[in-house]
Write a protein that binds this ligand. Structure first.
Ligand SMILES: [Ca+2]
Length: 283
């Protein structure tokens, strides 16, 4: 059995291609416009001259009956069972920004790629979301400094598949002068995991406020199985008191299983996903 992977959005085009004629030519031949109709799991494409049905049951595209209406009754053709079949695969839908040149633009469902999704990013240069999981403590992501509070600020790590998480390590932004006391250093946090339908609190607590203390560990009492982790700040540092609790920064965030293996950096195919859901950079 021949199988091809198709994006749902391209099914109509493929269906027409499978029929073996072009829509404009067929439509202009005087036998009416070509209509595409879908009833339950059957798609019918055709006009007064010719039509063909396709089954899309079980997310598979399977060519069905060809009906040559011009030749009169009895000229319908049913392909043999299993003659040809395509797998229909849904594309991921997401709000997207236009990608920069060279960036990847779509993510296959079930991909093993690790993605980062954030509530916002500061307009400051070099603070993109991808920096939070690039393995380099010298690069960082920081949420918008324009925010009035921390309510809409978060960083999600999407593993792309189910993982068992036992601990998480957070490293704040570092600066040679301020040390770890940079804008958005997280002082109070809530760590949540996705249970398939909603976010569930895994742990909340405080990070050290010592300016010399960098990487800190959140150890979970019991491992949680999840596809996504979300880190939210409920308290954060700013050198001006009035600007505290408005931004959060992450130089590095990593999650580990019970054996201590990184769930973010474990695979060579890991990727950073930027603001609002498109891949910003690869490493
Ligand atoms: Ca980094």
């Amino acid at each position: 059995m021949k199988k091809s992977r198709l994006a749902t959005a391209a099914v109509a085009a493929v269906v027409v291609g499978t029929i073996g004629f072009s829509v404009p030519a067929f439509g202009a031949s005087g036998y009416g416009a070509v209509n595409v109709e879908k009833t339950d799991n059957v798609v019918t494409i055709g006009n007064d001259a010719l039509s063909r049905t396709f089954s899309i049951k079980d997310n598979k595209l399977k060519p069905g009956k060809i009906d040559n209406k011009l030749a009169g009754k009895g000229t319908a053709f049913d392909p043999q069972s299993g003659s040809e079949e395509f797998v229909i695969q849904q594309m991921v839908t997401a709000e997207r920004l236009e990608p920069k040149p060279g960036d990847l633009t779509s993510i296959m469902p079930g991909s093993s790629s690790v993605r980062v999704i954030v509530g916002s990013s500061t307009s400051g240069e070099g603070a993109s979301a991808a920096n939070a999981i690039d393995g380099d403590a010298n690069t960082y992501w920081c949420s918008s400094e324009e925010a009035a509070n921390l309510d809409d600020q978060y960083l999600v790590i999407d593993f792309g598949s189910n993982k068992s998480v036992k601990k998480v390590k957070y490293t704040p932004r570092y600066d040679a002068t301020a040390k770890y006391d940079c804008t958005g250093r997280i002082l109070e946090y809530v760590l949540e995991y996705w249970n398939g339908s909603e976010w569930v609190e895994a742990k909340k607590g405080s990070f050290s406020s010592e300016k010399e203390v960098g990487e800190q560990t959140i150890e979970l009492e019991n491992e949680v199985k999840t596809t996504k982790l979300r880190l939210r700040a409920t308290g954060s540092y700013h050198w001006q008191n009035e600007n505290r609790n408005k931004a959060m920064n992450v130089a590095e965030l990593d999650a580990f299983d019970v054996k201590g293996e990184s769930l973010v950096r474990g695979g060579a195919s890991s990727r950073g996903l930027g603001n609002k859901g498109f891949l910003q950079s690869a490493w």
